[in-house]
Design a protein around this ligand. Sequence first.
Ligand code: PLP
Length: 459
Amino acid sequence: MNTDYYPAEPYRIKSVETIRMNTREEREKLIKEAGYNTFLLNSEDVYIDLLTDSGTNAMSDRQWAGMMMGDEAYAGSRNFFHLKETVQEIFGFKYIVPTHQGRGAENILSQIAIKPGQYVPGNMYFTTTRYHQERNGGNFVDIIIDQAHDASLDIPFKGNIDLSKLQRLIDEKGAENIAYVCLAVTVNLAGGQPVSMKNMREVRELTNKYGIKVFYDATRCVENAYFIKEQEESYADKSIKDIVYEMFSYADGCTMSGKKDCLVNIGGFLCMNDEHLYNDAKELVVVYEGMPSYGGLAGRDMEAMAIGLRESIQFEYIEHRVKQVRYLGNRLLEVGIPIIEPIGGHAIFLDARRFCSHLTQEQFPAQSLAATLYLYSGVRSMERGIISAGRSKETGENHKPKLETVRLTIPRRVYSYRQMDYVANAVIHLYSERDRIKGLKFVYEPKQLRFFTARFEEI
Ligand SMILES: *Cc1c(COP(=O)(O)O)cnc(C)c1O
């Protein structure tokens, strides 16, 4: 497969949304009012919005048609059965519990599968995932390969679990003290890095020896499957659907944020094969989400998610998706802009440590870089570094992640290659004036998930 080939869009546009560019003077005022936090900007003040790929997907004509076929019954909606059959067919799990989004599934799984004091090893953490694990008494342990923490190391499958780290944890703590292994495909915070099929198989073999369960964070499983097809030996001729199915055959269940790979704007679900766990999950879903047959979603949302999941495993769609991200990344690499390599599935991560080498991590370089990129161009990105990592529960000190990044996240089926050029040119221009990026300090720091609502001022 030619990795430098950029396919044209495998769709045509039927409905458009006008975007507006404001002036630099306006943006200067707006970013200051937003406390230098791009989460606090209004969408209308953004020209190209790369804050997240979560819920920002463009739905297809078929999904919109599905929205009109919502069965809004309180119980037993036909859309639930369609979703259930689709997930059973594509993922292969027995039971599915819909939830309003991914964290709804994480909340329930963490409550039913973690006993206080147990360990939850994972391939790097995700903000909401770790939050729910810790809230339920779990101790998160990072068992991703060391190379994942090195932003400039270009190796395939940088999201893999280090089996010796997992073995060591089992030896030290005992298998009974491990709640489950949480395996994310792909790893968002490592830069959208995929996990190889071989690694998934090996994790399964190791955990089977000890009777430890494995739950996937399935959020970007289709993007992960594309990388396997492209880069893993003996998968080139397999369909994306078959690869996805095999991936999940090595898991006991998963949490899913439908807002990513299911190509919808809201939705999620929890899957498992164990009937007892399923019964526990059903008891909690009525408390937090709704009936087990809607889980906080309208019937029409479940219909759109079922249709979106099927569209997502079409090769033409996922090839274009991953290649468009790669196009933006390669434009930056060509001129020596420091980004996380290899280029992942959903986003380009600027390496703020190297981009802002004049700032220390305690001056929040990634937070400031994201704010300054908005000021220069109207492009909205987000910080993934020391602010996102939060503080240690024990010491109250800032976690200091090795990766200090700004994420340019590409929504699915939304922007064109030409718009990617605009973004690339903006980043290149800012890089040439990077010494003007100033350090920041907190003026307001929330206790939980602080990156969403924190406010800053320039030092
Ligand atoms: C978005 C995301 C979640 C949480 O899903 P929500 O739908 O936003 O609640 C969990 N894990 C990963 C890797 C994600 O990217």
